[in-house]
Design a protein around this ligand. Structure first.
Ligand code: SAM
Ligand code: SF4
Length: 268
């Protein structure tokens, strides 16, 4: 699908839950958040239905995100079903890695193609501070499980924070080389303004708006044409294709701001 600015939109990021087992200080408030009820989030059948329609319109790549996608029960079933759809070229997942130790094999067997693991530091104490409740050893074990399960092209997502972890890039690169991972540096931003993106560092993400190839789907069934915009198109289950087309046609040339939602509700 081409949008109004001639960008080919073939990538759909799906937030399958707003729940998370960490509280990264740049993403979620410490005291937790008001969560959606189970009956407010899209069922797996609804997600499968939406993806089937989306592939008919040119979507070829799907990423599951969250909150933390691995806290939603039965995700391997969803992986299997999405992989059965012929037009899907790549099915990926972004996770904080905490639950990968137990789930990597199952996800590989279900057909997941690739995984991005978020890890901003290699330091145990710093990790605990940044995530407020995390135990880095679980992520390390998760990374090893992913390697053992045979995943290729695994990326490590590192959000660069001034005076917190910006001195760790070289160590992180070394760690990635040792483990056969690809480092993906992310410049920190606030959704409240596109201009808040910290451009101090060389980083792979966020992509410039002119390179944007994606739309997003929130856990409660709204398409978001742009991360930095409040515009949302609720999925009309009587005409899913029309909702998808609306999302693509309404993609702005550039983002501005998003006040309605936070990262943990959209999945980055
Ligand atoms: N819970 C999963 C995880 O952490 O990988 C998936 C959702 S998380 C919102 C997706 C990605 O967004 C993570 O790599 C996270 O580090 C990144 N992220 C969250 N808040 C961010 C912010 N304010 N600026 C830049 N990246 C951010
Ligand atoms: Fe959870 Fe991911 Fe946000 Fe951290 S970045 S709080 S792991 S959703």
């Amino acid at each position: 699908m081409l949008d109004r600015f001639n960008r080919e939109i073939y990538y759909l990021r799906i937030s399958i839950t707003d729940r998370c087992n960490l509280r990264c200080y740049y993403c979620m408030p410490e005291q937790g958040v008001k969560l959606l009820r189970h009956d407010q989030i899209l069922s797996y059948e609804q997600i499968i239905n939406i993806v089937k329609k989306a592939t008919k319109l040119g979507i070829k790549k799907i990423r599951f995100t969250g909150g933390e996608p691995l806290v939603r029960k039965g995700i391997s079933y969803l992986v299997k079903e999405i992989k059965r759809i012929d037009e899907i070229d790549e099915l990926t997942l972004t996770t904080n890695g905490v639950l990968l130790e137990d789930m990597a094999f199952e996800l590989k067997n279900a057909g997941l193609d690739r995984i991005n693991i978020s890890l901003d530091t290699l330091d145990h104490e710093k990790y605990k501070k940044m995530t407020r409740i995390g135990d880095i050893r679980r992520v390390f074990r998760g990374i090893d499980a992913v390697i053992k399960a045979g995943f290729k092209g695994t990326k490590l997502n590192m959000v660069l924070m001034p005076e917190i972890n910006d001195d760790e890039v070289e160590d992180m690169k070394e760690f990635c080389v040792k483990k056969g991972l690809v480092l993906q540096r992310i410049n920190h931003y606030s959704l409240n303004s596109l201009t808040s993106i910290n451009r101090l560092y060389e980083a792979e993400r966020p992509l410039p708006c002119s390179f944007c190839n994606r739309i997003r789907l929130t856990a409660n069934g709204n398409f978001k044409p742009c991360l930095f915009s409040d515009l949302e198109i609720p999925v009309d289950f009587n005409n899913i294709s029309e909702s998808i087309k609306k999302a693509v046609i309404n993609k702005p040339a550039n983002g501005t701001h998003c006040f309605k939602r936070q990262n943990w509700q959209i999945g980055g």
